[in-house]
Design a binder for this molecule. Structure first.
Ligand code: ADP
Ligand code: MG
Length: 237
């Protein structure tokens, strides 16, 4: 992202945002509620149209109006706080839907890839279950499997543990840690500072839509240079 700006009416929600995620990196956004974290992720996924600046993905300017948004989104995986699984489909149906409908993968192959992905997130035995019969942590792992199954170049994760009961947060963070170890590229926002410290390659502190400070977790979380970063961290600890 280079000089990205996004407004909703008079409200400037992102300003002068410069951000790079290299292949294999995990970049973590932190910041107060309303600082623009979700909007930033939605701009990358072209769910929002930026007002100014450039977003380059896989070597291509995706803010160019001629770009096919569905094609870009098909190469990214996005996971939300509220899992958003399809309640009328079983787990394997959720995981394979986009493979079949968006990527034109034949049903047999989609099923095989879906089952392998469920194995990878530790839920192979739940393939035939309905989302409602799973715990929140299991549902979120299914949502992550669904986003990963088409081998996206980038995973976008918007507060994926915030809706979970505290005892279920760990299983989802453990999965993200494993994915990082496997080289999955991730841009995410979270309030889990322990996770950010252990897994992030870079931490970016957003304040009023601007990246106020970014650097290694040791630097931003351990020795923040900006007063606002220190204030934010002292409030959440
Ligand atoms: P965060 O995820 O850091 O809590 P958001 O990106 O959700 O922050 O919101 C940043 C700002 O943008 C807030 O002031 C919010 O009210 C505003 N905003 C977000 N989405 C919309 C929208 N669709 N329409 C108008 N304002 C919005
Ligand atoms: Mg948000």
């Amino acid at each position: 992202m280079k000089s990205v700006r996004k407004c909703f009416g008079d409200n400037v929600v992102l300003r002068d945002v410069d951000l790079t995620v290299e292949p294999g990196q995990c970049v973590v956004l932190i910041g107060a509620s309303g600082s623009g974290k979700s909007t930033l992720l939605r701009c990358v996924n072209l769910l929002e149209v930026v007002d100014d600046g450039v977003i380059t993905f896989d070597g291509r300017d995706i803010t160019d109006p001629r770009v096919d948004g569905d094609d870009v989104r098909s190469r990214m995986g996005m996971v939300f706080q509220a899992y958003n699984l399809f309640p009328h489909l079983d787990v394997i149906g959720n995981v394979t839907l986009a493979l079949r409908l968006v990527h034109d993968v034949p049903a047999d192959e989609a099923r095989a890839r879906g089952l392998a992905m469920l194995e990878r997130v530790g839920l192979a035995e739940k393939a035939k279950a309905r989302p409602d019969d799973l715990s929140g942590g299991q549902q979120q792992r299914v949502a992550i499997a669904r986003a990963l199954v088409a081998n996206p170049r980038l995973m976008l994760l918007d507060e994926v543990t915030s809706a979970l009961d505290p005892e279920l947060v760990g299983e989802v963070l453990d999965l993200l840690t494993e994915l990082k170890g496997e080289g999955v590229t991730m841009l995410l926002n979270t309030h889990e500072m322990g996770f950010a410290r252990d897994v992030a390659d870079r931490v970016c502190f957003l304040h009023d839509g601007h990246i106020h400070e970014q650097g290694s977790p040791e630097q931003v979380l351990g020795d923040p240079q900006q007063e606002r970063t220190r204030t934010f961290l002292s409030r959440i600890r």
